[in-house]
Design a binder for this molecule. Sequence first.
Ligand SMILES: *Cc1c(COP(=O)(O)O)cnc(C)c1O
Length: 362
Amino acid sequence: MRKVFNFSAGPAMVAEEVLLQAQAEMLDWHGTGMSIMELSHRGAEFKTVVDQAETDLRELMTIPKNYHVLFLAGGASAQFSMVPLNLLAENKKADYIDTGIWSKKAIMEAKRYGNIHVAAQLDEGGGLARIPSQAIWSLRQDAAYVHYTPNETIGGVEFHWLPQTGQVPLVADMSSTILSRPIDVSAYGLIYAGAQKNIGQAGITLVIIRDDLVREFLPGTPILYQYSIQVENASFYNTPPTYSWYIAGLTLAWMKKQGGIRVFAERNQRKAQKLYEAIDNSGGFYVNSVDPECRSRMNIPFNLRTDSLTTLFLDETKKAGLTNLRGHKLVGGVRASIYNSMPEEGVDALVGFMQEFAQRYG
Ligand SMILES: *Cc1c(COP(=O)(O)O)cnc(C)c1O
């Protein structure tokens, strides 16, 4: 049994079963006498890891056949460049939805490569953050794609509906929400996600791309940033981060064994509800400033009355084995990240602590 519940936003908690299996296999992977990290990425052994990871991912997410799955390096941030470099060659226009800090980073990078229009922005009127309804978005019919961030990891804002973009491909940065609930992959042109939140270990990034979007890239695009070269080489143009790939594979297999995405979605719903109830029923001792319609089920930021109370809360939670609850440095406060690998007992422990702390200092 592990000693703490880690509420970090990423790198985040990894399931205990996954860590134990990695530990058991560390010195001798499947009778090879070698660690998986010592095996050739081009060998038959590692190929079984790669194939199983893709099979499990396709099954978990019901990924249609006309989508490629890539496992790339560079983190989600590399996709901030790769998406425009590859999708803006024909028509240099793209629309972006700005719902927070990660959206802004994607927008800032895309602006280097084309005509980027921010079609909608988070509404923070009255001190309550909300995603503007699509009725007031200013989408362009001739954009090459629409980019959005279904879950803003720092602000704790999440879409609970699917943007409708007609013929214009929808591109989603799912770093902090992928595999947390069922989605219809066929509604997207491209999905990307760094692994360190819901798929295991930092170092590898998933890209799910519809085959018609693998095409001509902007002149000067570095070879590793070309989707077409990565597709042609099945993510093996150069040496991929093999150990991260392996941990992602163990995590996907663990998810399947747990019953798949529906089981996690129900659990995530319950976990988030418990935490929001603890906040909302605290008589204002804890405050979350996101409209209930678009509150995140993965990252739950909240504030206490004063900075000194926040510091005390963070010190005491840490002593109680509830770690990494400090909010992102740009926004302060407290943030509980409760991805798939956070067990329900972790949330129960936090809720219990919050109630007791509020009684003492309320
Ligand atoms: C964490 C995160 C990123 C950045 O991921 P890196 O792997 O550090 O590049 C981008 N987008 C979202 C939504 C994230 O949560």
